[in-house]
Design a binder for this molecule. Sequence first.
Ligand code: FAD
Length: 396
Amino acid sequence: MSHHQILIIGGGNAGISTAAQLLRKNRSLDIAIVDPADKHYYQPAWTLVGGGTFDINKTVRNEASVMPKGVTWIKQKAVSFSPEQNSVELDNGPVSYDYLIVCPGIQLNWSAVKGLPETLGKNNVCSNYSFETAPYTFECIKNFKGGTALFHNPSTPIKCGGAPHKIMYLAADYFRKHGILAKTDIQYWSGIGKLFAVPEYEKTLLQVVKRGNIKLNFMYNLTEIDGPNKTAKFVGIGDGNKDEVKEVKFDMIHVTPPQSAPDFIKNSPLANAGGWVDVDKGTLQHPKYANVFSLGDASGLPISKTGAAIRKQAPVLVANLLDVMSGRQPSQTYMGYTSCPLVTGYGKLVLAEFDYNNKPMETFPFDQSKERWSMYQLKKQVLPRMYWGAILKGTA
Ligand SMILES: Cc1cc2nc3c(=O)[nH]c(=O)nc-3n(C[C@H](O)[C@H](O)[C@H](O)COP(=O)(O)OP(=O)(O)OC[C@H]3O[C@@H](n4cnc5c(N)ncnc54)[C@H](O)[C@@H]3O)c2cc1C
């Protein structure tokens, strides 16, 4: 069985940036990353890809090219954990560790919506939630000639809570610019009870909704899609609409798949009651296994799951892990910072930044609840470069 001082499960945004930061603190650490993927994705730009304003090929690089120098890449899939034995079972056998960081991301459950896997990517059924399907979203928007456009948000936790409605605002703006908004019925169907959790930002979004004449439907789950017959079935899940069935004809639909913790995490001794990796929300340390830490989408942190959150989690995790390795108590606290660059149109963006209590935690000295061209440029031009050039290198 091979052994590593620090074993990281998942070489996505969280795994690579954490490894890079650890090596910047101490070059001689023995770190291995387990990840079977050939490719590494910059997922935040998929919203702009779906809006036809970002090149999909700029959102992908070979995993080998982002692996920090000095890290051992174990190109295998993790399947189960034995934290009492400090060991993880991989597809090809076990590997042991002194310290473990668990960050394999979130699981997309496409087949939880009946008919979705068969029709996704055709019949005007699109989704920005994968590299393969994001470009088709723009095909649907571009070819739309008026009629009913549905945008869906599931009731489960998801990565980037804003993504299901950001693409709706871009579509509305595109339809307006092409003179077809007046003959378009845009409907938002959501499994949760409001548009956005932070009132300061939600108020601006509600104006954007009004501008696009968008109809909001809350507390409905999408249960079934019939692509060839262009029909979506929604079922009520709220107190006032429980089990109510609505069958809605569409001319295009953007679907956000239901999501969950990965199955191998759910079924492991590391999971909390919801299936996510159990961690202290301040220190990012596992409450039962002191040599286990977690961050990113797979962690049980009670926040909106974003890359921006990882940017603030990684330095805390790194400092606390080095504390524990030196026999000290964790010294750093993560305050729950997360951010969602809410694209509200072409050239318009509300930069939402907030903490565990949904209280704004803003970076800039102006009112960030306003739509701004400068913040759109930050998302389109600055953040992608910063991701590949600094965040993955552990310098930002
Ligand atoms: C459409 C869309 C828009 C978004 N917009 C934004 C935005 O505007 N701003 C923002 O900050 N964030 C945004 N995000 C969210 C952001 O991309 C994620 O929060 C971030 O990528 C999570 O990082 P992670 O490392 O936890 O998971 P990921 O980056 O998804 O990486 C997980 C890694 O784990 C690996 N893995 C999975 N299973 C196993 C296993 N069994 N064994 C080993 N390895 C495994 C995978 O191969 C993958 O490499 C968006 C996401 C999407 C899809």
